[in-house]
Write a protein that binds this ligand. Structure first.
Ligand code: GLN
Length: 511
């Protein structure tokens, strides 16, 4: 019997392989992850809810079917965690907000249905900034999540729970949602891989809406291949989502495998000039340059390209996103589900007062800030000046990207301007918002983008390298990311994730 710590440090691809060969069972795997979760959670607090019994039941079912010789999908029996922004039938789903505390969804998100059909045991729901609004997971209404590389620091956000759970070996895979960087920035902060697919490639049905024109669900993993395998499970047309793209998808797993063994001769790489200058830490830029050298060594032609509006993305985002947030979050009114707070006895017991008291008690400060901002931007008289103008700049940004993708196959830049900061260190919202300066443009333009680790800084903290491709060219993005990951690993002698110190694994018993 393998030791739990040996099982959980396998990649998802290795787990899949061992399951297929019959070397391990899914029950062993799930039990090992549950032990790791028990041991790590007091320190890291990546999870909001656990579904251990359900996970074990799925594992047993898969083990039985496999024993009977049934042909199963590759990830059958491989566990996964789900950001608590995605609804799971029968498992409490809160979006890390008091307003949804205790809510048990009556249905599954399409991505969850797909994972269940694949036979993936779901370990639980991961922590996030309330309604995915934030860059540090400090806005969760319930508790912080701690960065496994340094527990005095944030894991990034909003998907800090998913990123931490994957980095710390509590799960090989997790789902995130990315509206402005919430998969990629936490991946950068935790030394993991995070993917935002092309808008429309993954169904948003059952993803709690934040800003619908930008929201996308995507995979969190330790390797590019693992992320690709999960992508292949969750992506595809869904008639429950009106923005879903109707097309047959190529295999991202095949693209990732191809990338491992291929050079990049002739690949045209554009460095986004605006995302490598002021405001980006020296060490982030140095790590990024190392990645560029590796791309060049593999035969890529690398050139700088300037985007006049790249840095305006943040201004556009902080008008468009709150506008959509204010409208999407109007449904939390105490009427249909979630929290209801009645006004005190001396206040008229009207529906409007009930809504006001419910929303006052149920939403945190950041969510309220955005609802107010968004309502203002959409108000009569201000609409053209704010929302209309922001949408026009968004269109120009999209045109700039379209133009750039005529000259370049992929665009690259650091994922975030800094490495993980200390808990409580960033106090003003505007500084917090700047974290996403390099990730937001992909959401505004609907592009696929991935963050992979590009090394450690002098504090031993991970830094991320971002690759963007043209819409619906996720396949190329995976191929290039996989090639670069392979080159980085060769240079380091081991993947970055394998260098993390994991005291919570040392105490695990033999299976
Ligand atoms: N950090 C960004 C924000 O606060 C992105 C959020 C996200 O991608 N969900 O809006």
């Amino acid at each position: 019997m393998a030791k739990a710590s040996e099982l959980v440090t396998l990649t998802a691809a290795q787990m899949a392989d061992k399951l297929k060969k019959g070397d391990i069972s899914s029950r062993e795997l799930v039990e090992a992850e549950l032990q790791t979760i028990d041991s790590a959670e007091p320190t890291l607090q990546a999870f909001l809810a656990r579904s251990s019994e359900e996970a074990l039941a799925v594992a047993d079912d898969i083990d039985t079917r496999r024993a009977k010789g049934e042909e199963l999908p590759s990830l059958a029996g491989v566990p996964v965690a789900v950001k608590d922004m995605i609804v799971t039938k029968g498992i409490e789903t809160t979006a890390a907000s008091k307003i949804l505390e205790g809510w048990i969804p009556p249905y599954d998100a399409t991505v969850v249905t797909r994972m269940k059909n694949t036979g993936m045991p779901i370990l639980g729901k991961t922590n996030l900034d309330e309604f995915a609004q934030g860059s540090s997971t400090e806005n969760s209404a319930f508790h912080n999540t701690y960065n496994p590389w340094d527990i005095t620091r944030v894991p990034g956000g909003s998907g800090g729970g998913s990123a931490t759970s994957v980095a710390s070996f509590e799960t090989p895979l997790a789902l995130g949602t990315d509206t402005g960087g919430s998969i990629r920035q936490p991946a950068a902060f935790t030394g993991t891989v995070g993917v935002k697919p092309t808008y429309g490639r993954v169904s948003r049905y059952g993803a709690i809406a934040m800003a619908s024109s930008m929201d996308q669900i995507g995979p969190c993993a330790r390797t590019v291949e693992d992320a690709a395998m999960l992508y292949d499970v969750i992506a595809g047309y869904d008639d429950h989502d009106s923005t879903s793209i109707r097309e047959i998808l190529p295999s991202m797993t095949a693209a990732a495998l191809q990338g491992k063994n291929q050079d990049l001769k002739g690949l045209r790489v554009g460095i986004i000039k605006e995302a490598t200058g002021d405001g980006f830490e020296e060490e982030v830029k140095n790590n990024f340059s190392e990645g560029i050298k590796l791309l060049q060594n593999m035969g890529a032609n690398v050139e700088e390209v300037s985007f006049r509006h790249f840095l305006h993305g943040i201004q556009v985002y902080y008008v468009v996103m709150p506008a959509e947030v204010s409208s999407n979050l109007a449904r939390y009114d105490g009427m249909r589900y979630g929290l209801r707070v009645m006004p005190p006895a001396d206040v008229p017991q009207t529906a409007a007062n009930m809504m006001a008291y419910t929303r006052e008690a149920g939403f945190g400060a950041e969510v309220k800030r955005r609802i107010i901002l968004g309502t203002y931007a959409l108000s009569a008289g201000k609409y053209e000046e704010w929302y209309g103008k922001a949408q026009r700049v968004r269109t120009v940004m999209i045109q700039d990207f379209n133009k750039a993708f005529k000259d370049f196959d992929v665009l690259v830049c650091p994922t975030a301007p800094t490495s993980a900061f200390k808990i409580g260190e960033v106090e003003d919202p505007a500084t917090m918002y700047r974290n996403d300066i390099a990730t937001i443009p992909a959401n505004l333009a609907g592009l696929p983008a991935i963050s992979i680790p590009s090394g450690l800084d002098h504090n031993n903290l991970p830094v991320g390298f971002q690759i963007l491709a043209a819409q619906k060219n996720d396949e190329l993005m995976f191929r290039v990311a996989s090639a670069l990951e392979t080159a980085f690993n060769k240079k380091w002698g081991a993947p970055l994730w394998a260098q993390l110190k994991t005291p919570w694994l040392d105490s695990l018993s033999e299976e």
